[in-house]
Design a protein around this ligand. Structure first.
Ligand code: ATP
Ligand code: MN
Length: 457
């Protein structure tokens, strides 16, 4: 259909005085005997376009004034009666699709919980259309950042036979039902599609390392799957994962890229989504824009794990999980550090080797690895990264200490055998990042169709 975006009508001053057609959904309508005002949205803009219908000049189908109806309006673009923008003097209003009164998205504000039960319609609200425009702008900005810094975009497999150890439970990929005739798991998988046990990848890192060890700098941006049995506001079974991997780099450079990328994407969102960000600042998280401006302007804090433990032990707070050197940081600890102590993003570095993965570079102290988590207020961890162990003997020792099946990691070990080099990378949970920049508090509200325990609607 020949028509023009509402965003263009609202922004493009050169359109004043010209005749255009817009298509959209009616968000609200005010109707009187002489004149009707239709507020239209077509998804291209947070702001709505008002169409003014002079009923003396044209007859208006009453169905066109129902909330949710879709219409095409031809008319002249004029300066808005109020404010800076433009509105449309309608010459012709065509009903494209009527919307009966049981449309669940009515003018009055509903709860996010209720909207979660209608994932197919919730995008028609201001909140959700704003979330998904911001999500798209952030995703584009991530690609742009890496492209401009000569990181190559890699597509790593989603189906895998190796589980990137320590990263959580894998979903099984299979084509055959269990049959009691199999006496062992191996025998059963032998008959399965791949002939071995296969699953959905929890991370593209191992394959990403393969690519970085040839192309220098790479990143992946795709889904990862984790059979997380935890029903939290920040875990999904299927989430979007951004994983750069950098050759000839040590931990500080990995952290530099993480910080620089986040700042660059936050800047892009603030610049490209001003109306959405005003809305989130007012209705989702007061002070959001100031928080983000602060992020862009200040250096992130860096905190040794060992110091983090000291801070937590001194803290005047009763934690549910006790703190001791060697323990993993729980969400409550992460939040305390970033919300109470630093009030900004914090890289925690050099974790005890026992609580981190086999592939992380072992530090000279013999106790810690060159790993980092980036913690942010409101969420906790949004990035997990590390320098990778480049020394073949040390890597082998770490794998043996964990009783890992070395045969399954032959390719990974080969990277250290043939021209090994220092390298590292990180994983950013993109959905968590979208929460962070929009102020949305539940990860289910930043993905189109969230997949969580017992929920696949
Ligand atoms: P957490 O401790 O929060 O469960 P993790 O340490 O298991 O996360 P990593 O393996 O370090 O996570 O993954 C890198 C990043 O991917 C995390 O920092 C997080 O932002 C994101 N992430 C991990 N698991 C999930 C999930 N189930 N849902 C959404 N994002 C996730
Ligand atoms: Mn992590």
């Amino acid at each position: 259909m020949k028509h023009i975006d509402i965003a263009s009508v609202l922004q493009d001053k050169t359109l004043l005085g010209s005749e255009v057609t817009v298509c959209g959904w009616v968000r609200t309508a005010r109707d009187s005997a002489a004149v009707a005002f239709l507020e239209l949205t077509d998804g291209t803009s947070f702001l709505r376009l008002q169409a003014v219908v002079d009923k003396a000049k044209l007859s208006l189908d009453p169905e066109c004034t129902k909330c949710g109806a879709s219409v095409a309006v031809k008319g002249t673009v004029v300066k808005a009666f109020k404010g800076e923008g433009a509105e449309l003097n309608a010459a012709e209003v065509t009903l494209l699709g009527k919307c009966p009164g049981d449309f669940p998205i009515q003018k009055k504000r509903t709860t996010l919980d209720f909207l979660r039960t209608i994932p197919h319609l919730r995008l028609r609200t201001n909140t959700f259309s704003a979330v998904f425009r911001v999500r798209s702008v952030a995703a584009q900005a991530i690609h742009r950042y890496f492209h401009e810094h000569r990181f190559y975009y890699m597509h790593t497999p989603l189906i895998t036979a190796s589980d990137c150890e320590g990263a959580g439970e894998m979903f099984r990929v299979t084509t055959q039902p269990w049959d009691a005739k199999y006496e062992s798991e191996t025998a059963y998988y032998k008959d399965d599609f791949f002939g071995v046990k296969a699953g959905l990848s929890v991370s593209g890192q191992l394959e990403g390392e393969v690519a970085a060890m040839a192309l220098g700098r790479i990143y992946t941006f795709g889904p990862s799957f984790r059979a997380e049995n935890s029903n939290t506001t920040r875990h999904l079974a299927e989430f979007w994962h951004v994983e750069p991997e950098i050759a000839f780099a040590e931990l500080p450079e990995v952290m530099e890229v993480a910080e620089d990328m986040i700042k660059s994407v936050v800047r892009a969102v603030l610049a490209e989504c001003p109306a959405e960000m005003d809305f989130f600042d007012r209705f989702m998280e007061q002070g959001l824009k100031a928080k983000l401006a602060n992020i862009v302007e200040n250096k992130f804090a860096v905190l040794e794990y060992t110091h983090a433990i000291e801070l937590l032990k001194k803290a005047d707070v009763k934690f549910q999980f006790p703190v001791e050197w060697g323990c993993d940081l729980q969400t409550e600890h992460e939040k305390y550090i970033t919300e109470q102590v630093y009030k900004k993003p914090v890289f925690v570095v050099n974790y005890p080797k026992e609580i981190k993965s086999f592939y992380m570079k072992q530090n000279p102290d013999g106790k810690t690895v060159a790993a980092t988590d980036l913690l942010v207020p409101g969420i906790g961890e949004i990035i997990g990264g590390s320098e990778r162990e480049a020394d073949p003997d040390k890597l082998l020792a770490a794998m043996q200490a964990r009783n890992m099946d070395l045969a399954a990691y032959e390719q990974y070990l080969d990277l250290r055998k043939f021209g090994t080099a220092p390298h590292g990378g990180f994983g950013l949970g993109f959905d968590r990042f979208v929460m962070y920049v929009t102020g949305m508090e539940n990860i289910r509200d930043v993905v189109l169709f969230p997949r969580t325990v017992k929920n696949i609607m």
